[in-house]
Design a protein around this ligand. Structure first.
Ligand code: 5AD
Ligand code: SF4
Length: 446
């Protein structure tokens, strides 16, 4: 390894989902020994932008940021600028036409080939475009090494890609077919993180419920959860994202039977109308979704649910939209992530003709927000006076006099308490709440 002084600097900016955050960490791990991370693009020898193309807005942000790096490249032509992730996959060579100052275009599967790509550029063979998909792509096992201010929680990818082809979604095209990681790699990574002090793991995948189904001899997702939960020293386990059609009872029972598994499930519903769900190719009905929620709550009464909603999908009428509102009322999610429908390259719905006007989508989104804000507030208020278990993640970014962490139900709690609580499980009395967090004081630490 080189001395810190002689090492080059890398600036990395990540957009989009947790899969991208995970991939960015892997890229930094691959660069270890050659590069150290820095905080500003202007200090960097290598600038990586890990991109998201799931919605139009996310993609526009990427073009904005990479576009602004042009002047930097003009003053320091030796700086290497790389665009990675989903926009890179989607655009490939085209991206170089629009952004000619870019040296490197790496799709999500190719981020693991970053060192090879950089070597090519060093040999004057740039720009490099690598968006190859491999049918038998195996994510290499890169055991994470945590330094400095060690995190209390971490992500571990268990699968890549998606085979569902919802008609609005670009993911199957940018991340490729579903491929599950071998359970021994997942366990090795979890054990390595826990040895370094991580106490909470979130298992990641576009559709974790179908883990292992395509592979011979792999455990089911529920079996994998039980195995991961039994790693000594791991206190909390979560996973995301689940597809409602693949949520079976075996998995639901884990919420009651696996003590480490936290009582929170992100279960994207997208819409409340069967007609819209069908055109989205979601492969469940409103009634099926609701009956799964009912079952889940019978098994785990405390479970908190969150979801994703798209408003203004092509052909969504006012009546269809009202069905989304009634579904939100019926389920009472703790939190939702709601989006205006946007056309995505390659997604089938882009060719649907009955698009909803932009102003109408905005109006529907505002109605969804107003309704959900009330429900979230009511749920938050129901915590007042209760004592909850919080895993302490560190100082609250908004107020360093307070600690911050989450309940098992994934609510953020900011609270006062004694020194040295980071990484501990504490009991917090909830005294106040806002729209996005709870506030309280520590009762006693364990
Ligand atoms: N338009 C709007 N929202 C979308 N999402 C995915 N594709 C689109 C699109 N074309 C949303 C879905 C998904 C979340 C990650 O992003 O709600 O669950
Ligand atoms: Fe996209 Fe549907 Fe796959 Fe989720 S399940 S990543 S929405 S295609």
């Amino acid at each position: 390894m080189k001395s810190k002084r002689s090492m080059k600097k890398v600036f990395i900016r990540t957009f989009g989902c947790q899969m991208n955050e995970y991939d960015s960490e892997r890229m930094l791990a691959l660069l270890k020994g050659e590069y150290i991370p820095c905080r500003e693009p202007k200090e960097a020898d290598l600038i990586l932008v890990n991109t998201c193309s799931v919605r139009k807005k996310a993609e526009e942000k990427v073009y904005g940021l990479v576009g602004r790096l042009k002047h930097l490249k003009r003053t320091r032509p030796e700086v290497i600028i790389g665009v990675c992730g989903c926009v890179a996959q989607q655009e490939g060579e085209q991206l170089l036409k629009r952004l000619p100052h870019v040296d490197l275009v790496l799709g999500p599967q190719a981020v693991y080939r970053l060192p090879e790509a950089l070597e090519k550029i060093a040999r004057g063979k740039g720009p490099v475009v690598d968006t190859r998909f491999h049918k038998d792509f195996r994510q290499p096992l890169i055991l994470p090494e945590l330094n400095g201010d060690r995190p209390v929680k971490a992500f571990v990818t268990i699968m890549q890609g998606c085979d569902n082809f919802c008609t609005y979604c670009v993911v199957p095209y940018t991340r490729g077919r579903e491929i599950s990681r071998p359970p021994e790699d997942i366990l090795a990574e979890v054990e390595c993180l826990v040895r370094q002090g991580v106490r909470e793991i979130t298992l990641l995948g576009q559709n974790v419920n179908s883990y292992g189904r395509k592979e011979k001899g792999f455990p089911s997702f529920a079996e994998l959860l039980r195995e991961v939960a039994s790693v000594p020293g791991l206190w909390r386990l979560r996973f995301t994202t689940s597809h409602p059609k693949d949520l079976d009872e075996d998995l639901m029972r884990c919420f009651a039977e696996v003590p480490e598994l936290c009582e929170h499930l992100h279960l994207p519903v997208q819409a409340g109308s069967n007609r819209v769900l069908k055109r989205m190719h979601r492969r469940y009905t409103r009634e099926e979704y609701l009956s799964r929620v009912k079952k889940l709550r019978e098994i785990s009464p405390e479970i908190a649910l969150t979801t994703d909603i798209i408003v203004g999908f092509p052909g969504e009428t006012e009546e269809d939209f009202e069905q989304t509102l009634t579904l939100l009322e019926e389920v009472r999610f703790d939190e939702i992530f709601s989006f205006k429908y946007s056309n995505r390259p390659l997604a089938r719905s882009t060719a649907f003709e009955d698009k909803v006007p932009e102003e109408e989508k905005a109006r529907r989104l505002a109605r969804v927000h107003a309704l959900q804000d009330r429900i979230t507030r009511e749920i938050n208020e129901s915590y007042l006076g209760k004592v909850v278990e919080v895993l302490v993640e560190g100082k609250s970014p908004g107020n360093p006099a307070l600690w911050t962490g989450r309940t098992r139900t994934n609510h953020v709690v900011n609270f006062s308490g004694p020194h040295g609580l980071k990484g501990k499980l504490v009991r917090v009395l909830i005294e106040d709440c806002g729209q996005h967090s709870l506030r309280g004081r520590v009762e006693n630490s364990q």
